[in-house]
Design a protein around this ligand. Sequence first.
Ligand SMILES: [Zn+2]
Ligand SMILES: [Zn+2]
Length: 126
Amino acid sequence: MKTMARPKKYETESERKQAVIERNKQRYYGCREKGLCVSCGWRPAENGKVRCSMCHNLNKTRMEKKGVISNQARHDDNHCSMCCKETELKNGRRVCSECYDKLLVSITKARAAYISKHEKRDEGNG
Ligand SMILES: [Zn+2]
Ligand SMILES: [Zn+2]
């Protein structure tokens, strides 16, 4: 008779996290060795890659949504990294003056919202 694998109890949160990382690592290398996609684990990985084309595209879209690769992909010395318009970038900026203004406004708004939220919380005490 086979014994069922029971979920192990971990002493600390970090121990549990470490176990998860270990398991992911094993899965990653296991899939890679078999030539399977490390993301979904069952579709064959693309040539020279660790993911299948489907997961690769999914990952890419996710990254683009996060804005992770947008700067890298778009940025050069004479294109705004936000609107991609050709412009002269000054003072080490990556965006044109128009987008810079927009950025400033959104940052100011976010900051104001943050401050008012915290102020309200303070008032609520008592
Ligand atoms: Zn996949
Ligand atoms: Zn711009």
